[in-house]
Design a protein around this ligand. Structure first.
Ligand code: MRU
Length: 342
């Protein structure tokens, strides 16, 4: 067997529509859906059919391009308002991953730069811009993987959380990209994956991706992380990120902070892998990162079955912020970095 990662078109342009892998069906079924309205794309982002910071940025950029391509108006001002409307609307789908704002801002800037060009031209150029955001993410993940793989010792035992793989990006992934590349180089012994309650991205998506690539994967409940770090000879922890402040404070899937505290206690390196576009240069520290809070039923119900009594309080933050001092280094496409970021 070759140690080769498996590629999926997580997000793509399909003849005027935005094609997505509907991740809510995984791992049971690999289902593709086509979003042909900006509303259906918004819903797909909000309900995590497409998820992961870079992937939602790419999907939103393609959604803005779709609005431009579908527009039937011949009046320049109306066309611009329609496209800007899609930008603003898609930004309301989820608050934490800065890539959604970064990618839609790129689309907005492109539109503004093309203000004087004929509408037909602008449509084509916006589509090219969105496709370039996708291609750029592909290249970025490869670079992150190359840099990160240098940190991996032979026979490595690694722990990760949530899903920062091909399903969360254009292809290959950030944290998982590093693992895939190290696996291609024959350096990975075993990867421990936290299931990532409440929506189980680790269990459903990361373990599925690693298994497809032939990586030895061991799934644990999030509550077992301390025991894994204490007993399983973990060389390092690597996770992705949704937004990184200038000082290095990092928002990522809820439970990342717990893992970072545990890693520090056990003197295990803790790496964050992310594209430079995940760094929000407008915020000084993690206190300014907006944290999405999701519906209580994501915790109290699963598969239609109720796990908890009615009438109790439920708090469901989707992300937490790991203080920079718990993070050993950041693996980006520009290299292995330490904050502050400029
Ligand atoms: O709620 P999700 O599944 O979108 O959360 C995803 C994560 O937290 C990922 O770790 C992060 O977006 C990085 S993806 C390369």
């Amino acid at each position: 067997m070759t140690n080769q990662a498996v590629y999926y078109q997580t997000v793509s342009w399909n003849n005027g529509k935005v094609r997505l892998i509907d991740q809510t069906f995984l791992p049971a079924k690999l289902v593709y859906i086509d979003c042909d309205t900006v509303e259906s794309l918004w819903e797909a982002i909000r309900s995590l059919r497409v998820r992961g910071a870079p992937a939602i940025g790419i999907a939103a950029a393609l959604g803005v391009a779709m609005t431009a391509v579908q527009s039937v108006t011949t009046e320049r001002e109306a066309f611009h308002q329609e496209v800007l409307g899609a930008v603003e609307y898609l930004r309301t789908a989820r608050p934490t991953a800065v890539n959604l704002f970064w990618a839609t801002e790129k689309m907005k800037k492109k539109l503004q730069a093309l203000a004087k060009e004929p509408i037909g031209e602008v449509r084509q150029k916006l589509l090219q811009e969105a496709q370039e955001i996708l291609e750029e993410d592909r290249r970025t993940c490869r670079k992150i993987a190359e840099f990160g793989a240098r940190l991996v010792p032979p026979g490595a035992r690694i722990m990760t959380h949530c899903n920062a793989g091909g399903l969360a990006t254009a292809e290959y992934g950030t944290a998982l990209g590093i693992i895939f590349r190290a696996h291609e180089l024959g350096k990975v012994k075993e990867v421990f994956v936290g299931e990532t309650r409440p929506l189980l991205q680790g269990a459903r998506l990361t373990s599925w991706e690693l298994k497809q690539a032939g990586v030895a994967v061991t799934l644990v409940c999030d509550t077992m992380a301390g025991s894994v770090l204490k007993q399983k000879g973990i060389d390092f922890v690597v996770v992705g990120a949704d937004r990184i402040a200038v000082n290095g404070d990092t928002a990522n899937k809820i439970g990342t902070y717990n893992l970072a505290v545990l890693a520090q206690y056990h003197k295990i390196p803790f790496y964050v892998a992310a594209p430079w576009s995940t760094i929000d240069l407008s915020i000084a520290d993690g206190t300014q990162i907006p944290i999405e809070e999701r519906a209580p039923k994501e915790i109290t119900l699963w598969g239609g079955k109720q796990w908890a009594p009615d009438g109790i309080g439920v708090w469901n933050p989707a992300f937490d912020v790991t203080p920079a001092e718990l993070i050993t280094a950041f693996v980006t496409e520009k290299g292995i970095l330490r904050p502050p970021f400029k």
